[in-house]
Design a protein around this ligand. Structure first.
Ligand SMILES: *Cc1c(COP(=O)(O)O)cnc(C)c1O
Length: 375
């Protein structure tokens, strides 16, 4: 059996090596490493794929979130609502900009922002909502957008884990995740569903004015060289990463489908195990399974993790500690709040290997090792 890993970028690369190498070589030959024409071409291709008006590439997914908040003109003290069950980047940039992170509990089934809690958390100081489409499933965007509209609040979708996913509105309209809010952001970190070979990120919007601000912010706040209109940052996708992404973008749908097949395999393998709750997919979203994250009941999660470890099956806990319990946020008001659902999830979730290169033999080994534990 080929060796198991949470992600297998090596096997994936082998299949596209020829195209990727040639694409990278072209950039090297051109020596246009920064702001080469290939970055613009990729931005256009991604915009077309997503069905969004503007894509601005940047240095990474964390920068993308920060730049989005800067473009919205948020001011110190403004409240930004997001969830407590996410990767730290989302909340880190809120704090970094001097904004006030308001964390709320998640839906216990989808792990995404709980819209009832969201309604309750809104105050006159709320300026933005940041839904995180966790593990590859879109949050309830129709509800979130209507709450935002009622209260005149902006929405930034953290789409780092759900690129390629679809959201279906109640009237049947389908839109790509990350293109529904005022701004969407993503990460091209190598292990993400659309990953490059280093760091990378992007920001999406249908709003011309915001797009112009974002383009200026990523580039030291300038439009005309050496004339700086605002305080910006230096955050760019380099040409070599764009060269890799141009090869991988046309494969994204296939990559998502392969992940979905793996999830279907696991779902049916674990269907009759009472102690496992396989991932729930909401009716309004598909799932592109950045992670396959299940809940283990009756306090057996840690023992299962140890068992898998002993048998050579990789697994991960996303996330072991809720954000309000992180040392970094101990001085923040959120540290005093209680989040019963997130607390419970941090103790019960476990993620199994899911990627584009898993074969039948590996899937059988992983699933039967899990099943053996519950016998
Ligand atoms: C990966 C990730 C980010 C950050 O992306 P980087 O490119 O690593 O900066 C932000 N939010 C979420 C939900 C992520 O999973």
């Amino acid at each position: 059996m080929r060796s198991l890993a949470m992600v297998d970028l090596k096997s994936q690369y082998k299949k596209i090596k020829h195209q990727v190498d040639a694409s990278i070589q072209e950039v090297i030959d051109s020596t246009q490493f920064i702001k080469g024409p290939i970055v613009k071409i990729f931005q256009g291709e991604l915009a077309k794929y997503l069905g969004v008006k503007h894509v601005v590439a940047c240095g990474n997914g964390t920068d993308a979130l920060q730049i989005a908040m800067m473009a919205l003109g948020l001011r110190p003290g403004d409240e930004v609502i997001t969830t407590n069950f996410t990767f730290i980047a989302t909340v880190e940039v809120i704090a970094l900009l001097g904004l006030k992170p308001i964390l709320i509990d998640v839906d216990p089934e989808t792990y995404n922002i709980n819209t009832k809690e969201l309604r309750k958390a809104i105050t006159t100081k709320t300026k933005a909502i940041v839904p995180v489409h966790l593990f590859g499933q879109c949050a309830n965007m129709e509800e979130i957008m209507s709450i935002a509209k009622e209260n005149n609040i902006c929405v930034i979708e953290d789409n780092a884990q759900a690129i390629g996913g679809d959201y279906t509105f109640s009237n049947g309209t389908v839109q790509k995740t990350g293109t529904i809010g005022d701004i969407g952001t993503t990460s091209f970190f190598p292990s993400k569903n659309l990953g490059c070979y280093g760091d990378g990120g992007a920001i999406f919007t249908n709003n011309d004015e915001l797009a112009e601000k974002i383009s200026s912010i990523v580039n030291h706040g300038m439009k005309v060289r050496y004339y700086h209109d605002r305080i910006g940052v230096n955050s760019r996708l380099d040409s070599i990463q764009a060269a890799v992404l141009r090869i991988k973008l046309p494969l994204l749908d296939e990559y998502c489908q392969t992940r979905q097949k793996v999830a279907t395999y696991y779902n049916s393998a674990f269907a009759d195990i009472d102690d496992i709750a396989t991932p729930k997919v909401a009716e309004y979203s598909n799932h592109v399974y950045h992670q396959y994250t299940m809940k283990i009941k009756n306090g057996k999660r840690d023992a299962l993790k140890q068992w898998l470890n002993e048998k050579g099956v990789p697994s991960m806990i996303y996330y072991p500690v809720p954000l309000h319990k992180q040392k970094a946020f101990s001085e923040f008001a959120v540290a005093q709040k209680e989040f019963p659902i997130t607390d419970k999830l941090c103790k019960s979730v476990i993620s199994l290997p899911i990627h584009t290169e898993l074969d039948e033999e590996q899937l059988l080994f992983i699933s039967s090792t899990v099943k053996e534990f519950f016998k």
